[in-house]
Design a protein around this ligand. Structure first.
Ligand SMILES: Nc1ncnc2c1ncn2[C@@H]1O[C@H](COP(=O)(O)OP(=O)(O)O)[C@@H](O)[C@H]1O
Ligand SMILES: [Mg+2]
Length: 310
């Protein structure tokens, strides 16, 4: 009897996206198994591969789909990323891989890479010094700009704040005494008609794109933005593609904003993007597109993979 290849989907909260992925894997004859990265471990013993994935003790899978890396202490997060790095070194397809997740979860590194690769992004400052951050705020507001302060590891619009002339710099909500400031020039997309764009990139191709119309300047779908499909071959999509290339990633959701003069900039790149709003507004089956790209990238022959004991 032929056994179905099982693919771990790393997530702590499968939900709607997990269900869609399960169906998409099933359509290609694979079985998605939800696993938390918290339950994986390194078992470093002679004759063993060294990585334990619960349910895969008898052999590592050919690929793993990363749908969530749970937050935790610095040590826990590093250990969870170690699992992704180790699996890749063992020849397992890690989608998205640990490096890409690291580069994009960290908004500071994403901003630096975009700038480094000449992808349009707003002026951004990342610093620990409150004095330095205060000077940036003063200089920018004197020049007529507002600033956006974001958590370095934020998502879904949580904790983003706008700072204007005369505002007191908030103390960042971090465990560290010193805190960390991620400050970005505010891009005005039209007061009262706020919007930005989300482009979904898979394997160097824009597969779907939408405009998000927020009820405030924060246009996240999780905060109730209205989604509207747009063409996926526009200059917005082109810029998003360049952003994906700059961070070297298999797939991602890129946030792009257009200022009132028409200039486009990339706000961030998401390595674990949600796609419910995008799928609903465009009708494109994102989960299947992801799974098909994943399957195309699976190692052709998996010599010994199934036999590398976890
Ligand atoms: N520099 C900026 N100028 C104008 N709006 C911004 C800026 N940065 C973020 N925003 C708004 O806040 C939202 C959330 O910011 P983003 O950088 O995408 O972080 P998150 O990871 O929380 O989604 C964006 O979709 C956009 O609507
Ligand atoms: Mg965003």
């Amino acid at each position: 009897m032929q056994t179905v290849t099982r693919i771990p989907v790393f997530t702590d909260d499968p939900g709607w996206h997990g269900k869609r992925l399960s169906e998409a894997f099933a359509a290609r004859g694979l079985e998605a198994i939800f696993v938390s990265l918290k339950d994986c471990a390194l078992d470093i013993l002679p004759g063993r591969a060294g990585v334990i994935i619960p349910g895969f003790e008898d052999g590592l899978p050919p690929g793993v789909f990363v749908r969530g890396v749970p937050g935790g202490t610095l040590q826990q997060v590093i250990a969870r990323l170690d699992i992704l790095h180790a699996l890749k070194m063992l020849g397992v397809l890690v989608y998205n891989d640990g490096r890409a997740v690291e580069r994009t979860v960290d908004k500071g590194m994403t901003s630096f890479l975009l700038h480094h690769h000449r992808v349009s992004t707003p002026p951004t400052w990342v610093c620990e010094s409150r004095h330095h951050a205060q000077q940036v705020l003063l200089r920018e507001t004197m020049a007529g700009h507002a600033l956006v302060m974001k958590p370095l590891f934020g998502s879904q619009g949580m904790g983003v704040r706008r700072l204007e002339a005369g505002d007191i710099l908030p103390v960042p909500m971090e465990q560290h005494v010193e805190g960390l400031y991620y400050l970005q020039r505010y891009i005005d997309s039209g007061e009262g008609a706020w919007h930005d764009y989300r482009v979904f990139i898979i394997n160097g191709r824009a597969v779907a794109a939408m405009a998000r119309h927020g009820s405030s300047w924060v246009n996240n779908v999780a905060l109730g933005a209205r989604c509207e499909a747009i063409a996926n071959d526009s200059e917005v999509a082109e810029l998003a593609l360049a952003a994906a290339q700059a961070v070297e990633i298999d797939y991602c959701g890129v946030d792009v904003i257009r200022d009132c003069q028409g200039k486009l900039s990339v706000l961030e790149v998401n390595s674990i993007p949600a796609w419910k709003g995008l799928q609903t507004s465009t009708g494109i089956d994102i989960a299947q597109a992801l799974v098909d790209d994943f399957c195309a990238k699976l190692p052709v022959s998996q010599p010994g993979l199934q036999s590398i004991a976890g």
